[in-house]
Design a binder for this molecule. Structure first.
Ligand code: SF4
Ligand code: SF4
Length: 144
């Protein structure tokens, strides 16, 4: 990571808690073993029950269940995350995902889906964005 990236001056973002990134289209909230354990502990239920109620297997990986017809994440209730304190890395790091940061255009596309990205929002410094990316990289490497 270096200072030459297009977002070197930081990016404006303040989450409004609108919940739109947790619903709206089919997708995956990938979770690993550690995250499963953390969420089950957060909900104070056994791992086996957590798996049965909230998790779907996708190939060799696990994702949270979605509710039809709007593809809400199983933990989205009245636009709030029921496991917010133990939400997965994928959720914690949005919108600073590699694909959203890959270009200014990609970021602008993300902004169309996320009302927290707008000019008046808090400026998130490059260092924080990079830390967020490191968290994702470490999680990814751990699951290789
Ligand atoms: S869509 Fe953006 S503003 Fe809304 S909850 Fe998700 S991250 Fe926050
Ligand atoms: S776990 Fe929480 S933050 Fe993540 S998609 Fe589900 S409701 Fe949203």
């Amino acid at each position: 990571m270096n200072e030459k990236v297009w977002y070197a001056e930081g990016l404006p973002f303040s989450c409004t808690g609108c919940g739109k990134c947790c619903t709206g289209s089919p997708g995956y909230v990938w979770i690993d073993e550690e995250e499963i354990e953390e969420m089950a502990a957060f909900l104070r239920i056994p791992r086996a029950l957590f798996m049965r109620k909230y998790v779907r297997r996708v190939g060799s990986r696990h994702s949270l269940v979605e509710k039809k017809p709007h593809y809400d994440c199983i933990f989205l209730k009245e636009n709030q995350c029921e496991v917010y304190g133990a939400r997965p890395t994928q959720c914690r790091t949005f919108p600073f995902w590699p694909q959203n940061l890959s270009s200014k255009k990609a970021w602008e596309e993300t902004a169309k889906q996320c009302e927290g990205i707008h000019k008046e929002a808090e400026l998130i410094p490059l260092k924080t964005i990079e830390t967020t990316q490191l968290v994702q990289i470490r999680r990814h490497e751990k699951n290789q």
